[in-house]
Structure formats: structure tokens, C-alpha cells
Design a protein around this ligand. Structure first.
Ligand code: NAD
Ligand code: TYD
Length: 338
């Protein structure tokens, strides 16, 4: 099987490529990635010489490149996106361009090439926000209610994927997944930001009161969920994918990280809140469990420690990431040097 992976140099895309080639060594992967600030080929050193893997630098909004790389492809796994909510607040236009227009360009090329399966990787953030101290969860039947430019652009891409299934008969599936954590995550996101700031002896910025809740999934479980959808998923369907945490707040997570790293709570700094900050996300993953037999396997406490260890052992990787464009971003976002 020949797979086209978009955004394979990013956090989840690179974990997926490493996972897939380990478990499906006879398949071939073409990785199409524009190498934005979030793309990093250092994530893929392990496979760069593998004859079953190739990389093409290109933008998913460029139809001539997309049509070329789509040739001979059986399966598309579409990760490429602008993925950070805070950046979508300071600059929404690129989110619409990449996430909405880019997805449409890929879908068009997939229809032309008659690909057998187009899988779209999406987020639980399209469903909006839940209230604290309720048992409500997002599921496949939750009405879309995106509230940030990031989630609105991902919602737009989900709608386009469904439209191409109904209108052109493109064989599509979608996963709406919760917050991932694990190796190779850009330090702009909460968990790697906390770990790397603590490793550098800096404070960890917590937005608002810190009582915001996400559902957390170890990245390998997400890769396995996508694999399961390829193997057993029903075309035209959506699957919600979530983890094993139950209503853990950002503040609790940061305290946990500080504790595991031998730091005191004085390293935590409350900073200005994110505008329109979604209060709580929780995922009901019953459908993918019952229909396809997938469940998360990695518990939060153990794999948070694994993740901390990874950042401790791969300081060159994140120091390199933090040394470039990130410096300007951090100054703008937090009003202080990283
Ligand atoms: P990321 O920001 O780490 O990586 C995105 C990748 O896409 C980068 O390699 C970047 O270079 C590439 N890219 C960006 N614009 C491009 C363009 N125009 N053309 C080609 N490549 C481009 O993101 P991630 O955290 O790995 O997320 C991957 C996907 O999973 C996204 O679609 C995101 O919405 C979704 N998702 C992420 C999470 C999470 O917790 N990170 C959770 C659920 C869903
Ligand atoms: P993030 O990792 O940006 O993911 P998302 O916004 O997609 O959920 O943020 C996770 C949570 O952590 C979110 O509630 C915002 C919060 N947060 C902070 O409190 N401080 C920070 O510096 C960052 C980046 C996030």
C-alpha cells in the first residue's frame, strides 16, 4: 500500500510515520510537508534512509504539487494544519488558508486520483466547550460549535471532507481526537512548554485560573486509533478518540510535572488568560471502542513521566526548536523572553 501523509514532519504526523513503518514495513509512505515553523525533519532521522519512505517539501494549498504527489497513492492520512490556538488568535488568516483551503485542494486531487481511503485527522475542539463539574462529554453526535479561529478552521475542513464523501463519493473517514502529548511535540503546547521551561530553570505560564480541563491522549494511542480506522472503520463515518484522564485541570497537570521534576509550586506563574478560552473538553470514545475495538492503552501518570524523560534525553532537539522563530513568538505571547 502507498500512503500519502500530509504534515508528517509535525508532532503527530512524525509519530505516525515512525509507528506505521515499524508495524507495516512493506508499505510505502510519501510525506508531504511545507516545513513551517512546526515541521521538523529531525523527528524522522530514524527513517530518512528507509527506501519505503520519501519526503517532499510542498504546500497542501499548491494544487500542482498536490496532484503530482497524489499519483499512485492508495491512502491519504491528512495531518497538515496550523495547529496552535494562540497563534490562531494573533493570526487567523493562515489557519483558514491551510486548514480549509489546503484540505479542499487535497480532496480535489484525491477525487481525481480515485484514492481508496482519505482519512482526515481532526480535533475535539470543533465541538466547542463543556461546563466544569458536569458529566457531559463530546461524541460523534455533538453539534459543531467551534469558538477559536483554529477550531473554526478545523470544523470547516471536517465539513468539506463530509461534503466530498456525499457529493463525489470519495471514501473518507474522520477522527476527532483530544489533546495529545508525547515525544516531538512543539514546546509551544502546554506539556512540553512546562517540561522544557522547568529544565531551563524558568517559570511555567498558566492561563487565567488554571481550572481549564482537557482530555489527554498519549500520541501512540492516537496513531493506533488511526490504524484501527484504516483496518476496520466504516467509510463515511466519524470516530471520536480520547484518553484515560478524567477532568484533570491544567493547574493539576503543571503541579504534577513540577513534582515529577523535583520543582516546587513557586515555579508556576499565573498569566493573562487566552481570549475565548474553552473551559472543558471531555470525549466519549464508546463508538470506536464498541465498533472497532480500539481503546487507549497508555495511562497519563506513567506516560507523562515517559514524556518528561524524553525531553530530558533530547535537549538538543527542543533547544534547537526554541532557538529560532520561537523566541519572537514567546516574547509576543508572554511579554517576556523564553
Ligand atoms: P503540528 O503543528 O505539530 O504539525 C503540523 C505539520 O503540518 C507541520 O509539520 C507543518 O510543517 C505542516 N504544515 C503546516 N501547514 C502546511 C501546509 N500548508 N502544507 C503542508 N504542510 C503544512 O500539528 P500536530 O499537533 O502534529 O497536529 C497534526 C494534526 O492533528 C492537525 O491537523 C491537528 O489539527 C490535529 N490534532 C492535533 C491534536 C494535538 O493535540 N496536537 C489533537 C487532535 C487533533
Ligand atoms: P494547548 O497545549 O495550547 O492545547 P489546546 O489549546 O489545543 O487545548 O493548551 C492546553 C491547555 O493549556 C489550554 O487550556 C491552554 C492552557 N495553556 C496554559 O495555561 N499556558 C500556556 O502557556 C499554554 C500554551 C496553554
Amino acid at each position: 500500500m502507498k500512503l500519502l501523509v500530509t504534515g508528517g514532519a509535525g508532532f503527530i504526523g512524525s509519530n505516525f510515520i515512525l509507528y506505521w513503518l515499524k508495524n507495516h514495513p512493506d508499505d510505502t509512505i510519501v510525506n508531504l510537508d511545507a516545513l513551517t515553523y512546526a515541521g521538523n525533519l529531525e523527528n524522522l532521522v530514524e527513517v530518512e534512509k528507509n527506501p519505503h519512505y520519501s519526503f517532499i517539501k510542498g504546500d497542501i494549498t499548491d494544487s500542482s504539487i498536490v496532484e503530482k504527489v497524489m499519483q499512485g497513492v492508495d491512502t491519504v492520512v491528512h495531518f497538515a494544519a496550523e495547529s496552535h490556538v494562540d497563534r490562531s488568535i494573533s493570526g487567523p488568516a493562515i489557519f483558514v488558508r491551510t486548514n480549509v483551503l489546503g484540505t479542499q485542494v487535497l480532496l480535489d486531487a484525491a477525487v481525481k486520483q480515485k484514492v481508496k481511503h482519505f482519512h482526515h485527522v481532526s480535533t475535539d475542539e470543533v465541538f466547542g466547550a463543556l461546563k466544569l463539574n458536569t458529566t457531559e462529554k463530546f461524541s460523534e453526535t455533538t453539534i459543531y460549535d467551534p469558538r477559536s479561529p483554529y477550531s473554526a478552521s478545523k470544523a470547516g475542513s471536517d465539513h468539506l471532507v463530509r461534503a466530498y464523501y456525499h457529493t463525489y463519493g470519495l471514501p473518507t473517514t474522520i477522527t476527532n481526537c483530544s489533546n495529545n502529548y508525547g515525544p516531538f511535540q512543539h514546546p509551544e503546547k502546554l506539556i512540553p512548554l512546562a517540561i522544557t521551561n522547568l529544565l531551563e530553570g524558568k517559570k511555567v505560564p498558566v492561563y487565567g485560573d488554571g481550572l481549564y480541563v482537557r482530555d489527554w491522549l498519549y500520541v501512540e494511542d492516537h496513531c493506533r486509533a488511526i490504524e484501527t480506522v484504516f483496518q476496520k472503520g466504516k467509510i463515511g463515518e466519524t470516530y471520536c478518540v480520547g484518553g484515560l484522564t478524567s477532568d484533570i485541570s491544567n493547574l493539576e497537570i503543571v503541579k504534577k510535572i513540577a513534582g515529577l521534576m523535583g520543582k516546587t509550586e513557586s515555579t508556576i506563574e499565573f498569566v493573562k488568560d487566552r481570549p475565548g478560552h474553552d473551559r472543558r473538553y471531555a470525549i466519549d470514545w464508546t463508538k470506536i471502542q464498541k465498533e472497532l475495538g480500539w481503546a487507549p492503552l497508555h495511562d497519563f501518570d506513567t506516560y507523562l513521566q515517559t514524556t518528561i524523560n524524553w525531553y530530558k534525553e533530547n535537549q538538543e532537539w527542543w533547544k534547537h526548536v526554541k532557538s529560532g522563530e520561537y523566541q519572537n513568538y514567546y516574547k509576543m505571547q508572554y511579554n517576556t523572553s523564553p
